[in-house]
Design a protein around this ligand. Sequence first.
Ligand code: S3P
Length: 176
Amino acid sequence: MNGPNLVLIGFMGSGKSSVGRLLAARLGGRFVDTDALVVRRAGMPITEIFARHGEPEFRRRETEALASFTRRRGIVAATGGGIVTTPANLPLLKQIGPVIWLTADEETIFARVSRNTRRPLLKTPNPRQTIAELLATRRPLYEAAADLTVDTTHRTHEEVANVVIEEAKQRFPWHP
Ligand code: S3P
């Protein structure tokens, strides 16, 4: 992959994994994902890690996964939606590469995440309200971590990947 690693942050349902896979394919890099690495290392799904060990233990493992990406080159790294809630992750994100924040409006996020039940934090009596609350607390954290922000609301994954590549080429040291 020419150019720097790329890191994708953003709320659940912002398209980090789908867009990340496309970006890696387009740029000739490898796609990596903190959630996938945590699950692989634990040998159990995220819902089970939360249920058996609790959220703090999940966060500890998430930071470990993120730290392992700082030693890699030629990667597009997707991260879990809560990555910015652990302050120690901020310098790690920056160390991996330019940080791209994928955003979407609340309505769109709700529609996207309603399609599956794999997210323990949204197993609440009122997921819509949970999303609103989490978004409100996290928005400033994503903003502080981001080098570039791309709105995914009315875009396909392919369109988002195109925008990310175009903007990244202009903003970050890129050696075609
Ligand atoms: C979380 C988001 C999930 C996963 C875990 C916690 C969060 O990842 O890491 O369920 O705190 O927002 P996705 O953003 O890929 O859904």
